[in-house]
Design a protein around this ligand. Structure first.
Ligand code: ASP
Length: 586
């Protein structure tokens, strides 16, 4: 016995006359006064079954009982369709299976939504994910993902990278998020942490002499979920020994281009563009700028030093963007509200009308030189930020992106890949009064900046880099610290005492004392990359079983409470937050 000779999307005119067995799902059934037509579907397409009660009375009886999404096996002869019944829109549209026997293999309850229904609530889709995954969009997305990941693996193998598995049950690897932890039955009171990335293991593999490592690694981070963030995500995790950063970029660019080629798309131009973090902030107000449109930020700090307009002359930085449109009063009000959300005190502007006449409450305070410096095209608007440089960058960056989208300035046919380099090593956390790593604590220091570690941490430039595609951060990496003394100094700046460093990272410091080669690598966010390749706005659309925005998994109902017995065995007692549901039951 065989379930199927061909897939549903395969029968063609050349197959006419063959006896075939087909199997699949009933996508649609139509009764035509005696004849019953069923669209039999699998992921390759649809084949029309015709059941004629005179030819096959038993099959016709079965056909009457068929409902949407029943699983069927049909056997019969492939025949040409009558000329008026040919469907040129279907690859199988010239033929149909004249059914002799029809078996209902499996039944289906009425579905909570139809597979071709638009606008189904996302929670419903996730609750019935197996049905959702049967739909064209999800079939396409997951297949695209598999194609890309296979291409990446082939590419990495061809470049001599070794796929090494690293543990899921491990010690905390700080990547800036909270850890998921796992209690250990054999050692009550102790916990494993799930890796935020395989960072330390891949570094240790370099010391161990495997000088080209990769893995499609699952990274787990306990942070709020967003369109581009899940608790779990996949990363093309890469590490090389003895690299300069261009070596790392070359490998990642190659993996990106191999992915495009696997999808038969034009790969992006190589080498990808590069901007330092400082340039990206100054010109685009962002460390992940969307380069598919211009509207760059320009500097006016010098020109306005002696301005009569106090807001300008007193501000540490004055910058502006030129918007190619004469914005209305209400549009300006909306933009000002947006600017304030990003920390601005206001949003000064100059509007040039069709005749080139300027309209602005601040024009009268500006000198001829200032006005000349800002002079815009007729029908344009100049928007200003005047504040601390970081605030101006943040505000104008947000306004630029908003207007780029709103005014349709973004060219969707462009693919702009960009390396952002030379990030600061530390960021100051105001609320906690301490330094934090901009990336992770193992990121290398720019050569020559080591002595600033103790004297001026704000000025230390790192050896890290991010990859950005059309304004999405695809991942980050760095040349690492490979010397124990430098690593210890960085820990100290981060407020990690020598004792704590020993306790948390003693193994790493030890490794660095036993012949650690220079090394560096990258963590490339596969799910974000796939979402962009699939043209999806959300990484949930390229993940088979994602969590909902609340962090739950609606199909299985996870997470769930544990029985008290199991908790006791683990040495865990649950403290129920007063506002939450109880998390334990007996
Ligand atoms: N471990 C880093 C991350 O997950 C990537 C890297 O530095 O290689 O972001």
């Amino acid at each position: 016995m065989t379930w199927r000779d061909l897939m549903c999307g395969q029968p063609r005119a050349e197959d006419v006359g063959r006896r075939l067995t087909l199997a699949g799902w009933a996508a649609r059934r139509r009764d035509h006064g005696g004849l019953v037509f069923i669209d039999l579907r699998d992921h390759t397409g649809i084949c029309q079954l015709v059941v004629n009660p005179e030819r096959a009375p038993e099959a016709a009886e079965a056909a009457h009982a068929v409902r949407n999404e029943f699983v069927l096996k049909a056997e019969g002869e492939l025949v040409p369709r009558a000329p008026e019944a040919v469907n040129p829109a279907l690859p199988t549209g010239e033929v149909e299976l004249q059914v002799d026997s029809l078996e209902i293999v499996s039944r289906s309850e009425p579905l909570p939504f139809q597979l071709d229904e638009d606008g189904v609530e996302e929670l419903t889709r996730l609750r019935y994910r197996y049905l959702d995954l049967r739909r064209d969009r999800m079939q396409r997305n997951l297949r695209l993902g598999a194609t890309v990941i296979a291409a990446i693996r082939r590419y990495m193998d061809s470049r001599g990278f070794l796929d090494v598995w690293t543990p899921l049950l491990t010690k905390a690897t700080p990547e800036g998020a909270r850890d998921f932890v796992v209690p250990v039955r054999l050692q009550p009171g102790k916990f494993f942490a799930l890796p935020q990335s395989p960072q330390l293991f891949k570094q240790i593999l370099m010391v161990a002499g495997f000088d080209r490592y990769y893995q499609i690694a699952t990274c787990l981070r306990d942070e709020d979920l967003r369109a581009d963030r899940q608790f779990e995500h996949r990363q093309l995790d890469v590490e090389l020994a003895f690299p300069v950063r261009e070596d790392v970029w070359d490998v990642i660019e190659g993996a990106v281009c191999a992915s495009f080629e696997a999808l038969e798309r034009e790969p992006p131009q190589r080498p990808f563009r590069r901007l330092t973090w400082q340039e990206a902030s100054d010109r685009y107000g962002s460390d992940k700028p969307d380069l598919r449109f211009g509207m760059e930020i320009e500097d006016a700090t010098e020109v306005t030093r002696t301005s009569e307009f106090g807001v300008f002359s007193n501000a540490p930085a004055v910058r502006f963007i030129r918007v190619p449109q004469e914005l209305s009063r209400s549009e300006l009000d909306r933009l000002e509200a947006l600017a304030k959300e990003w920390g601005a005190k206001g949003l000064a502007y100059l509007v040039y009308d069709e005749e080139g006449e300027v309209r602005s409450p601040i024009a009268k305070f500006l000198s001829v030189e200032e006005l000349a410096a800002f002079r815009g095209e007729p029908a344009s608007t100049v928007l200003f930020g005047a504040d601390e440089p970081a605030t101006v960058a943040r505000v104008l960056g947000a306004v630029r992106l908003h207007l780029g989208r709103e005014l349709g300035l973004i060219d969707p046919s462009r693919n702009e890949f960009l390396w952002v380099t030379d990030f600061p090593l530390f960021e100051w956390v105001e609320e906690e009064g301490r330094w934090n790593s901009e990336h992770h604590p193992f990121t290398g220091v720019r050569s020559g900046d080591e002595d600033l570690l103790e004297t001026d941490p704000a000025k230390v430039v790192s050896q890290s880099y991010d990859l950005v595609w059309n304004g999405w951060e695809l991942g980050s990496g760095s040349i690492r610290i490979h010397r124990q003394d430098v690593q210890e100094r960085v820990f100290r700046v981060l407020g990690i005492s020598d004792e704590e460093a020993q306790q948390r990272f003693g193994f790493l410091l030890e490794v660095m004392r036993m012949g650690a080669p220079p090394h560096g690598g990258f963590g490339f966010g596969v799910d974000r990359f796939l979402a962009l390749l699939a043209g999806e706005p959300n990484i949930r659309e390229v993940i088979a079983f994602p969590k909902a925005a609340s962090g739950s998994e609606p199909m299985t109902g996870a997470p769930t409470p544990l029985p008290d017995g199991q908790l006791a065995e683990l040495g865990v007692r649950v403290i129920v937050p007063s506002t939450a549901e109880p998390t334990s039951h007996t």
